[in-house]
Ligand binder design. Structure first.
Ligand code: SAM
Length: 291
């Protein structure tokens, strides 16, 4: 039997109030404001639940007493601050993630991309680069890469640094090879990298037409007109107004009949943007802008 006092305590812990990470806690608002002031990263439109989870585990891992201490540390410790965005954001990615998505893209989108003289493709929320590398390899195999340009962007400078390096973790290569085959790859993935002692390095020819730079989907404007935009496994952490903003940005950035690839956890179904797209593949969340 739990007492009402214990129940209230459990509710406070679940809501994050014991560590000061509850949404209503002034410390949480101070955290958001301070992070924005000191780094320019605005997390106010991110899912509170996911953010609290990450903050609680960060606080625990650092042996801190709660959010007030973390807020102080942000001000006093520049190294801690520099690592904070990377530790709060999720960066999981793989080569040819959801292989059927890439197979569908190869079959349904590439034939139409051929009709453009100079296709521009934007991988928004690219993490450490694997999604952009996969796209580059696919386009090379289709004989299109030389006239394409891939823009790979992310909010987190730490992942961008790795994306620019073309380094692949050795421990992931078997999984990458398997994904590559399932995605309809026509050679071996190993043909595109050189194995080193601690990392594998991508062939520079694969990196050749990829531009990697910082772009914040929550605050920055469009920077070009694109024939394809991928934004997979990024928006699931955004609240509704932020999602709306990002879809406005994409609609404005896509050429008419341009393609939008969303991840498995995203859909335009029942959204205010649904009417602007036709569905190419429901399962793969692949859309074509019609107006
Ligand atoms: C889970 S990873 C997904 C990577 C890749 N798209 C994939 O599907 O494998 C999510 C990425 O979105 C990035 N991200 C989160 N918020 C962002 C924002 N406001 N602007 C740009 N990128 C953002 C994160 O830094 C992270 O690298």
């Amino acid at each position: 039997m739990t007492t009402p006092g214990e129940q209230a305590h459990r509710a406070r812990v679940a809501a994050g109030d014991e560590t000061g990470t509850g949404s209503a806690a002034p410390e949480f608002h101070m955290f958001l404001e301070r992070l924005f002031d000191l780094t320019g990263v605005d997390l106010s439109g991110y899912s509170r639940r996911a953010l609290h989870r990450r903050l609680r585990s960060l606080i625990k891992g650092e042996g801190m007493s709660g959010l007030p201490e973390l807020n102080e540390r942000m001000r006093e410790d520049p190294r801690f601050l520099a690592s904070l965005v990377d530790r709060v954001m999720l960066r999981v990615t793989t080569m040819f993630r959801d292989p059927v998505f890439f197979r569908t893209f190869r079959q349904r989108v590439v034939p139409l991309l051929r009709t453009y003289p100079y296709p521009r493709l934007w991988v928004a929320g690219c993490s450490t680069g694997q999604e952009a590398y996969s796209l580059a390899i696919l386009l090379r195999e289709e004989g299109l890469y030389d006239r394409c340009r891939i823009y790979a962007t992310d909010i987190n400078e730490a992942v961008l640094e790795q994306a620019r390096s073309g380094l692949l973790p050795l421990a992931s290569l078997d999984e990458y090879e398997e994904n590559y085959r399932a995605a309809g790859g026509i050679r071996q993935l190993a043909d595109y990298y050189t194995r080193g002692e601690t990392w594998a390095v991508l062939d520079p020819a694969v990196m050749d037409r990829i531009a990697v730079f910082r772009h914040d989907l929550a605050r920055d404007a469009s920077f070009n007109e694109f024939h394809v935009i991928f934004c997979r496994n990024v928006m699931m952490y955004f609240d509704e107004p932020l999602r709306y903003r990002v879809h406005e940005l994409f609609r404005e950035s896509l050429v008419r009949f341009g393609y939008l690839g969303l991840g498995q956890s995203e859909t335009l179904h029942l959204s205010r943007h649904e009417a602007h797209y036709e569905l190419l593949s429901l399962r793969q969340r692949l859309y074509r802008k019609v107006c």
